[in-house]
Design a protein around this ligand. Structure first.
Ligand code: ZN
Length: 200
C-alpha cells in the first residue's frame, strides 16, 4: 500500500476488512457510527484503487495494443481518455494506454494532500465528494474492461472469485452512497443485477 494513512484511517480500513468478513456486504459498506462520511469514502476509494491495481496487474500481459486497440467494455461501450485538466480533448487510445492514464491520474489525486488529507484534523476540501465520484466512475471502467475483454484469462488464472468479491464490494459501496450515475454502470448492468439479487 503506497498510501500513508493516519492511524485513524488505518483503523477505519481495518474495520472495513473485519466487517466484510461478516458476510453481510450491504451492512459492511455502511458508514460506521460516529465516523466522517468523507473519510469513510476516502479510505474505501484508496482500497478499491489498490484492489483494481492488483487485479489488472494479474492480466496486463493479456491486455496489449494488439488485443485491445481501443478501450472498450463490450461491443457497445468505448472510452476515450481525457482528464479535464492536462488532456481536455478526449484521446482515442488502446486499453493498456487508457488504463495507464487512468491509474496514473487516480494515483495523482490520492497523493494530493489537499484532496486526500492524511493528517488528523486537516479537513477534506469542499469538492471532495465530486472528486471521489469522478475517481470511482473511472475505476469502474477498469472492472468493465476486465469483465468484458479478459474474463477468460481471469478464469484461467482462477482469479474470478477474487474479481467478483472485489467488484461486488465496489458496487455495494457506490450504491450505498449513490456515487456513480446509473448510465455509467450500464456496461455491467446485468452482472450488477445478478450480484444484488442474492443479498436483497
Ligand atoms: Zn484489454
Amino acid at each position: 500500500n503506497p498510501f500513508l494513512f493516519c492511524s485513524h484511517q488505518y483503523e477505519l480500513l481495518k474495520h472495513a476488512e473485519a466487517t466484510l468478513g461478516s458476510g453481510n456486504l450491504r451492512q459492511a459498506v455502511m458508514l460506521p457510527e460516529g465516523e466522517d462520511l468523507n473519510e469513510w469514502i476516502a479510505v474505501n476509494t484508496v482500497d478499491f484503487f489498490n484492489q483494481i491495481n492488483m487485479l489488472y496487474g494479474t492480466i496486463t500481459e493479456f491486455c496489449t495494443e494488439a488485443s485491445c486497440p481501443v478501450m472498450s467494455a463490450g461491443p457497445r461501450y468505448e472510452y476515450h481518455w481525457a482528464d479535464g485538466t492536462n488532456i481536455k480533448k478526449p484521446i482515442k487510445c488502446s486499453a493498456p494506454k487508457y488504463i495507464d492514464y487512468l491509474m496514473t491520474w487516480v494515483q495523482d489525486q490520492l497523493d494530493d494532500e489537499t484532496l486526500f488529507p492524511s493528517k488528523i484534523g486537516v479537513p477534506f476540501p469542499k469538492n471532495f465528494m465530486s472528486v471521489a465520484k469522478t475517481i470511482l466512475k473511472r475505476l469502474f471502467r477498469v472492472y468493465a474492461h476486465i469483465y468484458h475483454q479478459h474474463f477468460d484469462s481471469v478464469m484461467q488464472l482462477q482469479e474470478e472469485a477474487h474479481l467478483n468479491t472485489s467488484f461486488k464490494h465496489f458496487i455495494f459501496f457506490v450504491q450505498e452512497f449513490n456515487l456513480i450515475d446509473r448510465r455509467e454502470l450500464a456496461p455491467l448492468q446485468e452482472l450488477i443485477e445478478k450480484l444484488g439479487s442474492k443479498d436483497r
